[in-house]
Design a protein around this ligand. Structure first.
Ligand code: FMN
Length: 380
């Protein structure tokens, strides 16, 4: 289970942060908890240009990809701190980030009441239409007398508080798992299509079963993403070691939310040109993850030219670049075995994982290329 935990203050020293660090450690066998800081977010301002909302976008993506959220709130003047309120405004403004997201609330205060009033307000806010989260009912974690609760290493010293945390976290764990959204995007969806995997689909040029189609897409040496005609991210191939890591929680999201604000205008102009029919293919080359990554956007159209969506076709072409540099496409000596010649150089590019997929990549890539090299391949 993947959870995000939000530190609800911008203070450099915070007992609530220490509490979340303790929970991350204490519940490490049950959940992978990533701690996020509201102090990373700019103060909420609906007029802030997209280019300055990179942290908001990052928060949004992290929460989208998490199965649930823990919020640790201090209490300031019987309310939640302004920094947390501002963060929640970002998460609700033009975004569905918190919608139906399971949320657990915890809090530590210096006084005896353990943030009870701040937590009550926070529950109310999370139920507002634009946040609309699934807040864990009951199971209050109200920790007072902050200065006496933790030892110098950040461990909770009061066994009653540890029990309270364990009971509430166990309830939250069950709550997250029973959440419909969690079940809908269960990992089984990644490998098991909803219809029978034996069903055959008849194409003009042959037939394939659903299972075969799925596994062909997953075996391709390039990763595929598909954005449908309504600009919703609707599919990604489950290729190992993807350059762009995707999550099933993103499926069905507006494609804008899958791109950093800085990149979005470029991507949008590509989609617009595909819809207008002014172009069908755009390629970009960029260094990414230490790889030479080749990104291709293709307009996918029906037989009548109607726009069905955009396929993003992405892969590391470092191995191909090496082959070109080595003159592997300049012709083989008579009698040489082209396949063997190519596979000898699997280790030539250190950043490239070796393996059958990469051997296939050399052939598949040139085969898929738009360029005139295609003909040369056929003669080799
Ligand atoms: C502006 C301000 C207002 C506060 N108001 C309250 C309050 O209403 N109730 C309370 O129990 N503690 C209050 N406190 C004390 C906090 O409980 C204490 O600073 C606590 O350590 C804050 O949590 P943190 O350590 O995670 O930042 C307030 C602190 C500040 C700075």
């Amino acid at each position: 289970m993947k959870l995000v935990a939000i530190v609800g203050t911008n203070a450099d020293f915070s007992y609530n942060r220490i509490l979340l660090q303790y929970m991350k450690w204490h519940f490490r066998m049950a959940a992978d908890i990533e701690i996020l800081e509201v102090k990373q977010l700019p103060p909420f301002n609906e007029d802030l240009p997209d280019s300055e909302q990179t942290e908001v976008w990052r928060f949004n993506t992290k929460i989208n990809n998490a199965d649930g959220v823990i919020i640790a709130t201090p209490e300031y003047d019987h309310s939640i701190p302004a920094a947390l309120k501002s963060g929640l405004e970002w998460l609700s403004f033009n975004r569905d980030t918190m919608k139906e997201k399971p949320v657990m609330i915890v809090g530590v205060s210096y006084g005896t009441q353990g943030t009870s009033r701040a937590q009550q307000q926070l529950r109310q806010m999370l139920l507002s239409p634009d946040l609309n989260s699934d807040v864990l009912p009951g199971n209050e974690v109200l920790i007072g007398n902050a200065a006496k609760v933790f030892d110098k290493n950040g461990f909770v010293t009061d066994i009653n508080i540890v029990h309270n945390l364990e009971t509430s976290f166990t309830a939250f764990n069950k709550f997250v798992k029973s959440n419909m959204r969690y079940l809908e995007r269960g990992d089984d969806n990644m490998t098991e299509p909803h219809i029978s995997s034996d069903a055959k689909i008849q194409f003009r040029t042959g037939s394939l079963s659903i299972k075969e189609i799925q596994q062909i897409f997953n075996t391709l040496p390039f990763e595929i993403d598909f954005i449908d005609a309504n600009d919703e991210f609707s599919y990604f191939s489950d290729k190992p070691n993807r350059e762009h890591v995707r999550h099933t929680a993103e499926i069905g999201e507006p494609v804008q939310q899958c791109h950093p604000p800085k990149v979005w205008p470029i991507v949008k102009s590509i989609f617009d040109s595909f819809k207008l029919g002014t172009q069908d293919h755009v390629e970009r080359c960029l260094p990414l993850n230490g790889h030479k990554v080749w990104i291709n956007y293709f307009a996918v159209r029906d037989e009548n030219g109607k726009y069905l969506g955009t396929m993003e076709f992405t892969g590391n072409v470092g191995h191909l670049v090496t082959l070109v540099k080595e003159g592997k496409f300049d012709g083989f000596p008579e009698g040489a075995d082209a396949t063997t010649g190519a596979s000898k150089h699997d280790d030539a590019e250190p950043e490239q994982p070796a393996g059958p997929a990469m051997n296939a990549q050399a052939d598949a890539t040139t085969g898929a290329s738009e360029h005139s090299d295609e003909d040369e391949d056929k003669t080799e």
